[in-house]
Design a protein around this ligand. Structure first.
Ligand code: EPU
Length: 307
């Protein structure tokens, strides 16, 4: 059942105080804002409150306000790896789209969490840097890419990290060096502890990559123009989730308007009008059938938000 924004706010139980406090910060506040348009898979009901901070301080303060007033709160970047419920989110979604400042130094770049990876890469190209081109074709934001340790098998963004600024669980803004970030395959200590990323300082003197070639390969092998949330499952050690899903005979399998991509089986495509429940059903079927065929329990890579 799709709740009206008013009802959602009632469930949060802090409507006027919350809206007033967020409205006093630099940024935009919107009530009952559809999340589908903020995600690459195009799914999700309304957020009771959507806040787009215009400064890093406002991001940090908005989290503190939500927590003080007892409202559930999450930080959303480019929405390229996330699945929201059809009923929406009964709290504050803080979207980082306006936090898009990049500052280039001698051999490093400082990027706010909301910087889109394609914009970051083109800013670096202007100065002749190609060491982050392994991120070519990944539609995420810097904050999401750091939390997820986005990348390709040969290199991930964590390899280039000098330091990451996060909002700590106790509310303090803290700078973590690379070791403290705990980067792992498609994950980090930052993701595990759900610490919002404020900004990242990345080294630029790593090996150069051919972004155009990587993008061309991705275009051939992945449904990059379709509505998806990227790879649905992590690759098991020394194997590929796509290979296993294809091997289980699941390419092209459909539930309603959701379909396992024929091009790359680890992508689920929203054919238009798919509901979250259909995607989740397909995820469950794929998980079960791969387990039945190969006795491998695939682990989700995408972030599934519970309603
Ligand atoms: N394969 C199949 N069937 C498929 C898909 C793949 O048999 O439907 C086989 C391929 O033929 C190949 C192997 O599986 O032999 C690996 O496939 P691919 O090179 O496409 O890479 P991947 O392991 O499926 C990983 C990342 C991608 C990243 C590519 C870059 C994960 C889960 N996936 O995919 O990341 O773009 O490498 O080469 O780590 C993402 O994280 O969202 C993502 C898409």
């Amino acid at each position: 059942m799709l709740l009206e924004g008013g009802e959602l706010l009632h469930r949060v139980g802090c409507d006027p105080a919350l809206v007033a406090a967020l409205s006093a910060l630099p940024g935009q506040v919107e009530r009952n804002a559809p999340l589908a348009t903020l995600t690459t898979i195009g799914i999700g009901g309304p957020a009771a409150i959507l806040f787009a901070p215009e400064t890093a301080d406002a991001l940090v303060e908005a989290i503190a306000i939500s927590s003080r007033l007892g409202a559930p709160c999450l930080v959303l970047g480019a929405g390229s790896n996330v699945l929201f419920p059809d009923a929406g989110y009964p709290g504050v979604v803080i979207v980082t789209r306006a936090l898009s400042h990049v500052r280039l130094h001698d051999r490093t770049v400082d990027a706010l969490c909301g910087v889109r990876l394609p914009s970051l890469l083109s800013a670096l190209h202007d100065s002749g840097w190609h060491s982050l081109d392994f991120l070519s074709g990944i539609p995420g934001s810097v904050g999401g890419a750091i939390a997820m340790n986005a990348g390709i098998p040969a290199r991930a963004i964590g390899d280039a990290v000098e330091a990451v600024t996060v909002r700590d669980a106790d509310g303090a803004v803290r700078v973590l060096d690379r070791d403290a970030c705990g980067f792992a395959y498609r994950g980090s200590a930052i993701r595990a502890s759900r610490l919002p990323v404020v900004s990242a300082l990345l080294r630029l003197d790593g090996p150069a990559f051919d972004g155009a070639a990587l993008l061309a390969a991705r275009r051939k092998r992945q449904p990059i123009a379709a509505r998806t949330a990227g790879c649905v499952f992590k690759n098991p050690l020394n194997d590929s989730a796509g290979r296993l899903i294809e091997g289980a005979g699941l390419k092209g399998l459909r539930v309603g308007r959701a379909k396992v991509s024929e091009l790359h089986a680890n992508f689920i495509v929203n054919l238009g009008g798919a509901r979250c429940a259909e995607i989740r059903k397909l995820i469950d079927i794929v998980h079960q059938k791969v387990y039945k065929s190969f006795q491998i329990s695939l682990e989700l890579e995408i972030e599934v938000i519970e309603g």
